[in-house]
Structures are given as structure tokens and as C-alpha cells.
Design a binder for this molecule. Sequence first.
Ligand code: GLA
Length: 729
Amino acid sequence: MSILYDEQNRMFKLDTVHTTYMIGLSEEGYVGHVYYGRRLEGFWGKYLLRMQETPFTPAVNKREKNSFLDYFPMEYPTGGIGDYRESCLNVRNERGSVGSEIFYESHTIRKGKPVLAGLPAAFGGEEEVQTLVIICADALLGLKVSLSYSVFEKEDVITRSISMQNDGAERLRLEKAYSACLDMDNQEFEMLSLCGSWARERYIQRNKLCPGRQLMSSVKGESSHQEHPFIALVTPETTQETGEVYAMNFVYSGNFIAQAEITQFDRVRMVMGIHGEDFCWNLAPGESFQTPEAVMTYSDCGLGKMSRSFHDFYREHMIRSPYKYRKRPVLINNWEATYFDFDTEKLLAIAKEAKKNGIEMLVMDDGWFGKRSWDDSSLGDWTVNEEKLKGGFPNLVKQVRKLGMEFGIWFEPEMISPDSELYRKHPDWAIQIAGREAGQSRAQYVLDLSRKEVRDYAYECVAKILRSAPISYVKWDMNRQLSDMGSACLLPEAQGELFHRYVLGLYEMQERLVTEFPELLLENCSGGGARFDPGMLYYSPQIWCSDDTDAIERLRIQEGTGLVYPLSAIGAHVSDCPNHIVCRTTPFETRGNVALAGTFGYELDITKIPEADRELIPKQVELYHKYSGLIQTGDYYRISSWTDKKPLDCWEVAAKDGSHALVTCVNVLGRPNVRSIRIRLHGLRALSLYRLEGTEEAYRGEELSSCGFLVRDLNEDFKSRLYHFICED
Ligand code: GLA
């Protein structure tokens, strides 16, 4: 059993292979956090609740209740009653006051994990996960608050979520309902986060945690390019292989907060949930609310272990697609090749040349519908533009398939252009505040997905096209943030529900899509990588990582993304040079080697690129076929990093059984007179002999991991190399 209850001490113990999480109940029934860290074999540590630090305990001295509440390590702190740290739950009652206080009532422990209605969430069989639900109540409000903890033993992950049920007689209003809290002693923590911008997503950032609150958040209606729903607190000495790491990631694609604070007592509170700004949820008697899920992992051997725990967990317990471990077809996308300027002829010319070079699928990007010849019209009018696609759409698909290729297509179903038939007919379908002209972004508005008729319309547009021809792949894009939050249909007191209702609407649409088209390969996208989050992984096994396809820029973007997400989920393409975003020219080979650390595909006009580049494509495709299985399923190790100002950016993927490993090295900036650089490998069998493919060189596993391997003569800027080590016994 990975979840135990000690009746006598009123403590819960949640064990994974390497970690233990402990919860203790106070005399009054406050649910307190005892311990999270290295695995413990017995029940210890209840003293960490510090109940004996009188006179603060309310049971002993009511006079000091506020001091107690501001100090006690809470599993789920409630607002308005004297805990001045960040609260996780704010409830306004019918008389307008905010205040709630929850006490333990009962608990259940079961095998498996229930689904979270309407939300993406981790899943697992009865042998893989166990779930503890601690049921608490606020008797005055009649509010039941259930704290769920699902323990994924093998992956060292615990997921948390909360459900609220109004069992009372009054109408309640949730004004904040986070998903997880972790109260700990400070260990000189540093906070690791991922941040950036369009074309520069998920750069790794690490800063000392200071007194006060430090946060990553989004109020943009999506998980965003700028700040990411992930934070980790790490001890100062933390490297890839050493140090303690407490990490949280949010299974949600809308507004979020991920925050850590150091309190006056040098304690730390770490929280995660839907952002409280512009959020409310009305709970009439009998109604309930379910928060999204937060994923937690702890590592006492550095960041590398954290990444591998997340990767295994997302691959096994979040991604549902049949493509999870299936080889994805090598695609060519026409966006950077043609932008909006294409027709059947051009697409077929690209497809023909692509096929000759081993590419397996053509993806037709933005611009095939309505009157869309630029980005300022037609979103919402999902009828094929037959002036561009002469002979019609099914004919194009047929022609492409006749070449022996699969066909994929781009949609942006959540949007509406002011210049569209749809907007002229249904202006109220756009999210907007009555009487105020809504702001445009990329000349578009956002559809009000809280409305069923809007979702049905948008879904049917996509489904109708998919039913009209054999389509293997959909790129589901979303190219602006939300603003001007108003729905023509919600009551005034429910307008604050719109952000969350929007995300629920999106999930409902994607659920319908993967249910009706179970064999579809879905790739989510949002102006590049603004919605690269675990919520999206529940629907699509891969997500477009960034509109920046420059190989060097991608090193940082993919390193940050790979810190949390498996390489099999990272959409990565080889594009033409000079790169369209940064104008940099890199060797074609390096572009290929970097894209191999993702889903791999092309995004260029193959009929126009230099002959010498085109000639490399069949070889690259061959490498993809050779390594894709390893990259999809193997263990990822970050060896050295350009982000850390190391000249060599280097990572390794090792087969779980140690049978082989692929090392990729990219020399970003050449350093004169550096003849060789030593790198140390991981995940190999110590005493086995590994041959470096294509050479006579052979090394013992322990040699490669301790003495290291010498990368020689990789001096030129942007040059890269792959090293494949194969176990001989
Ligand atoms: C977004 C995507 C791109 C492309 C364009 C089309 O920016 O990230 O890959 O599909 O939209 O408009």
C-alpha cells in the first residue's frame, strides 16, 4: 500500500519509491502538512506540526488563534480567518463576508484514481495509483471540501486536486479555489521557473527565493508564452545530479498562479491553482466545483531526476493518444514555405518532392478557408477556398494520398475574425464587454466557448472537414490571448466564471474531437508554444513548441521545455535559412539534429531550398526512423547547457534498459584551441561494453559515466554531432 493511515497518531503517509509525503491532523481537526522529502520507512515527524509550541495552539489558548493560523503548516489554507499567508480558498457567503475554516471529517483510501469531470487529469490502473481523499467541512457555510491525493508510486509523483460541495442552504461564491499548497521550512531555496515571450518560450530562470511572494502567473486565458505553470524550489547546490527539488506543474490551460513565499518565520508556502484574479464560481445549494489538478514531485538527486519523473509520468499517465508510443509520420508543413500564398499546385509540388525524399505527410497550414489570404479575415468561416484549392479539398487530399503520403490540416477553431461571415451573422459570439469595443489581437476576436451553440458550431466546422476526406493529423492553433471578458449569455454574477468556462469549453471540444476521431494525430499549438501544458497533453500527444525554428534559439527553448515535458511531446521542425525569425544561418545538419530531439518534421519549401540541403533530407529521415523509438521512450539527461554559458549544448537519451544511448552535441560558439571537451554519460550499465557506432572505439559503461567521453574537434560555430553508443553484451 502506498497510502497508510495511523489511527493513533492521526497521520497519513503517502509513499512513492523514493519519496514520502505526510499529513497530520491537529486535535481540532486542522489538516496539517508534516513532511515531504526522501522516503521514510516509518511514521515519524509529527512534531513538525509544531503543535507543542504553545501558547499558539487554539485548543490551549484561543486568545492566540490568529498567531496559530499564521504559523501552522496547512494542507489547504482558507482565507479570511487569520492565516495571512496566501490562502487557497476564498468563499463569500450570502451576506457578503469572506471567511472559511475547514476541519477534518473523514477520509477514504482507494486503489486507482477517479476521473475529474470535464477536466484533463492523470490516470492509472489500480496497480499503478492509489487515492486518498480527506473530507473536510466548514459547518457554518455547509461547505464540504475534499482534498484528493493520488500517489503514483513508480514515477515518484503525487497529484492533488480539490472538490467543493455546497451542502448548506445558502448560496456561496468561490472567489479563489487553488489546487495545492505545500508549507515547508525554508532551505535557502532558489526558485526555478520557465518564462519568455513569443518565439522565446520557456527559458529557464533561477533566482534566490526572498521574503515575500514570488510568482509565475497568467491572466491571459491561456497558460501563455510568458510565464509557465511550473515552479520548483531547489536547494542552492542543486545541479542536474545533486540537490533537493520540490516541483509543481499545473494540469490546466488557462489562467494560473504558481507562487512561493517566505514568511516571517522563515517558512515557505508554495501554492498552485487557477489565478484568483477575475475568477469566481457560484455554488448554489447542492452544487459542486472541481479544481484542476496539480502534479508534484520531489527529487533528492537534482533536476535530472525531476525531469525524468515528469517525463515518465506524462508519457504513462497523461497522454492518452494511440500515438503516445507510435512512430509519428515525418511531416512537411507549408507555413514557413508559403505562408498564405499557396494553391493546390504549389502544395502538390511540395508533396511530390517531399515524398521523393522520404517525408510521409503533408500538412496544409493557415490560409485554406474563407477569403483568407492574410491574417486579417475569415476565422470562423471554415469553408474551403476553392480559388486556392482548385478541384476542391477532397481532391487535394486524394492527390496527396495517391503519392503515398498522409494529409494533415490546420484549424484555429476558437477564433472569429471581425471580417468574417460568421461575425456578420453572430457578433455576440465574440467575447466582449457590452458597450465597449473589444480589443483585437492579430485582427481577431475570441469565440465565447462558454456557450454550447458556439462550441457546437466551431466543433462541427472542424468535424465536417475531417469527415469529408481521410485526414490523419490536425494542428489546432490559438493565436491570441483573451481580453474584454464578457459573455452575452452569462448572468452578471457569473461573468467572473467566463475564463474558466472558456477552458472547460475548449476541453469539451477537444474531447469530442478525439472521441469521434480516435485515430487522429492531434497537435496543439498557440502562436507557437503559448499552450504547452499538461492539460493539452491529455488531448494531444504533441504540442508545437515555438514559432522560432532557428536551431540555436531552439536549444534554449527545447531545454526549458524538456525540463518538464517528454521529448516525444515537443513539436520541432527543420526550417530554411536565413531563419525567418532571427535571420541566423545554421548548418542543415544541425537543424536536423536539434529537431530530432522532438517530433521531427520539415517546414520549408522543399522545391526551393539549396540542393545540398535537400540531399541531406533522406539521411535525416533515416536517422529519425532509427532513433525515434529511443527518443520517445528513453531517459533524458542534460549533460551541458548553452543556457549555462557552456559552449557545448549537449544532451543524452538512454534506453531504459541501458542497451544504447544517443548523445547530441551542438557547439554553439567555437572556442579557439579547445581540442576536446569531456562529457560524462548516464544511464549505462557500468560493466558493459559500449561501441561508438561507426568507429572502432569501445568503452565500458562506468568509463563513459566516470572518466567521460571526449568530444573532439567540434570547433566551428553551430556545428553538431550525434554519438550513438551501443551495448555489446
Ligand atoms: C501560429 C502558429 C504557426 C502558424 C500560424 C498560422 O503562429 O504557431 O505555426 O500555424 O499560426 O497563422
